[in-house]
Design a protein around this ligand. Structure first.
Ligand code: GLU
Ligand code: ZN
Length: 317
């Protein structure tokens, strides 16, 4: 079996417990099948990207015991995303949109939970050429959108997620004509991540469950590019006691802080592994988990963590 997986951190902040649990599943899923792991830094999200966060994330991951076989940086691959966009434009599946800045900005970020903007296709067929659209809103620049609303039944997508099972969505009804790029060189998350997954031969995407609802759009883009989409495996998120996605207000869950407080990597890995149904929570290395890995024991519910604080030299899962 020839499995290729990937770790795709965004350098928008410090690596924390939530990211690591997902990366742990992604890495083990690949290594337990003798597969390859690609490291892909998803640094297209200016201005949310933080200057040193990419290097810090790689350092933290190595410290935790992760390794990978190849490394890519999205900001160096803009020419390729531009080609993909051109192909979609050529096929009549992408069009310029002159709508508000807020819509344009959403083209840049991975659409995390609750951030999905529906766009009804206002500008589809509105502009004959890019120049017409650009002239109408200068000095603003039109963004590019995917013409999901032109696809009819073909916009209804389903896939079988390795953890969540069958997931179906009518993309035209749910997202509408989602954004592809801020401008010709400004590919956003949906396009760039999918384009990379197919170009890098990723067999299966293992990532946070907040991106479950963004997957059908990526499958549509894959089909539009004439490519077979990867398989998908979405890992339930880590949430605070209030049920919300782990954030600063829940306490300091940064790996760098645990590390600075003298908590061994093996303690963190052991606890996270236990939350996935592997082992008893005792400290262990990532490599030692390869033979215990079983996707079936991962609970589908979000992992709720009680308040923790590395300054106390402990964290409670
Ligand atoms: N870079 C994205 C994030 O950190 C993940 C994208 C993906 O795995 O497709 O949220
Ligand atoms: Zn528009």
């Amino acid at each position: 079996m020839n499995y290729t997986g990937r770790l795709a951190p965004s350098p928008t902040g410090a690596l924390h417990l939530g990211n690591v649990r997902t990366f742990m599943v992604a890495w083990l899923r690949a290594r337990s099948q003798g597969g390859r792991v690609i490291m892909r830094m998803e640094d297209l999200d200016h201005p949310r990207d933080k200057p040193d966060a990419a290097q810090a994330a790689l350092d933290d991951l190595r410290w935790l015991g992760f390794d990978w076989d190849e490394e890519f940086t999205q900001s160096e691959r803009r020419a390729y995303y531009r080609e993909c966009l051109q192909e979609l434009i050529g096929k009549g599946l992408a069009y310029p949109c002159t709508c508000s800045r807020k819509d344009v900005e959403s083209a840049q970020s991975a659409p995390h939970e609750g951030e999905q903007l529906y766009y009804p296709g206002t500008c589809r067929g509105r502009w004959k050429t890019w120049s017409d659209a650009a002239a109408a809103i200068a000095p603003r620049i039109p963004c590019w959108r995917f013409a999901a609303s032109s696809l009819g039944d073909a916009a209804k997508v389903w896939f079988d997620d390795a953890i969540f099972g069958r997931y179906a969505q009518d993309v035209a009804k749910t997202l509408g004509d989602f954004p592809l790029a801020r401008d010709e060189d400004g590919a956003g998350y949906t396009l760039a991540a999918l384009a990379d997954d197919v170009a890098m031969g990723v067999s299966e995407v293992v990532r946070g469950a907040d991106l479950l609802a963004a997957t059908p759009a990526q499958i549509l883009v894959a089909r539009a590019l004439g490519c077979e989409p990867p398989r998908y495996c979405h890992v339930p998120l880590v949430v605070g006691a209030d049920g919300k996605r782990l954030a600063k207000r829940h306490g300091d869950s940064r790996i760098a802080s645990f590390r600075a407080a003298g908590i061994p990597a093996e303690s963190i890995i052991g606890r996270l592994a236990h939350s996935c149904g592997w082992g008893d929570g005792a400290p262990c290395t990532l490599a030692a988990l390869v033979e215990h890995f079983d996707i079936a024991t991962i609970p589908r519910e979000p992992l709720r963590v009680a308040e923790f604080d590395c300054a106390r030299g402990e964290f409670l899962l």
